[in-house]
Design a protein around this ligand. Structure first.
Ligand SMILES: [Zn+2]
Ligand SMILES: [Zn+2]
Length: 327
């Protein structure tokens, strides 16, 4: 590990989603856990951590007892605290937190299996990208391994999938594609109410293309939105990875119900990426969009044959858990 501890400054986020307080407080991640001011949550208290932009969410285990001050900031209807981290320390703080937490969780899993006399079932791999320790016990060994903490896919030799930088599952449409940060501009005008909204968020090139088409004429009325929309369009046209050259178009066909056109393009990409789990995820989603659940499940299963712990597929399959997966 490059660091053994990291200090950061933070504000608590309240249940309405706003950061609170005028002066930031001090926090620390180290081998004992994560500390907020003088109070510490041990790794044995934590279930999971996640981050979005400058915010860090800490999910506590139901069995954990939150210290007094931390307990006051638990988000309503959850057992989690969310903090907004000052400056750029969020990335390294989350990374170190995940490394310590996953190491602790793997140790727990190994101890549990030892107790049950099944230690040979214990299997773990370290993600070469974020260094999280991934618990692979009970997952069939496959060509690829997925890291849910940094969304990267790597092979048995710890090599990431080639040309896969910026490629992951889109948070908007759930298809695998190139995900980039886009600036979105909208202008709404109704009598006595004119609102300009200007937001930045991450989604795939297919979603961006669709949004450009939807907002182009609307924004053209107010001229001011055109440069932003044009910028979004240009971003989607940046040269894609040669391995996934047809991805944006193929996903668009799949989402628009043009199954055969989508399949033709997926087939082309599969020739170049035969064991890529996300190729089969997109096949599965295309069949789901066409209401062919049986074929969809078959392709999703194929994805798990390439990468048995590929979480995006496991998540889709969980929704169809009552359906038999055909062999
Ligand atoms: Zn990782
Ligand atoms: Zn998308």
């Amino acid at each position: 590990m490059p660091y053994s501890y990291i200090h950061f400054q933070y504000y608590y986020v309240n249940s309405a989603g706003f950061s609170t307080g005028f002066v930031p407080k001090y926090g620390k991640v180290d081998e004992d856990g994560i500390s907020f001011d003088e109070e510490t949550l041990a790794y044995s208290d934590l279930q999971a951590v996640s981050s979005h932009k400058k915010r860090l969410a800490i999910q506590l285990l139901p069995t954990a007892e939150a210290p007094e001050e931390i307990g006051k900031h638990i988000i309503k209807d959850t057992y989690a605290v969310v903090v907004e981290v000052e400056g750029d320390s969020i990335i390294e703080a989350k990374k170190l937190l995940v490394q310590y937490l996953t190491t602790y969780q793997c140790y727990q899993r190994k101890t549990e299996l030892e107790r049950e006399g099944k230690v040979e079932d214990f299997r773990a791999e370290q993600c070469p990208n974020c260094l999280a320790l991934l618990d692979l016990s009970y997952y069939t060994p496959t060509n690829y391994i997925y890291c849910k903490h940094c969304e990267s896919i790597f092979d048995k030799l710890r090599q990431p999938l080639p040309h896969s930088e910026n490629y992951r599952v889109c948070p908007d449409c759930d298809y695998y594609g190139r995900v980039q940060e886009h600036r979105e501009f909208s202008c709404y005008a109704v009598p006595k109410d004119r609102r300009l909204t200007y937001t930045k968020h991450e989604f795939c090139d297919t979603c961006a293309e669709r949004l450009v088409e939807q907002t182009w004429w609307k924004n053209a009325l107010y001229l001011v939105g055109i440069p932003t929309t044009l910028f979004m369009l240009l971003t989607t046209k940046e040269t894609p990875s040669p391995l996934y050259a047809e991805m944006t178009k193929a996903n668009r066909y799949a989402q628009d119900g043009k199954l055969q056109q989508a399949l033709d393009l997926y087939m082309l990409m599969t020739l170049r990426n035969e064991k890529h789990p996300a190729m089969w995820l997109n096949y599965g989603l295309a069949y789901l969009a066409a209401d062919d659940t049986e074929k969809a499940l078959r392709y999703l299963k194929k994805s798990l044959e390439c990468c048995s712990n590929y979480q995006p597929v496991l998540d889709v399959l969980a929704k169809y858990s009552d359906k038999e997966v055909p062999l």
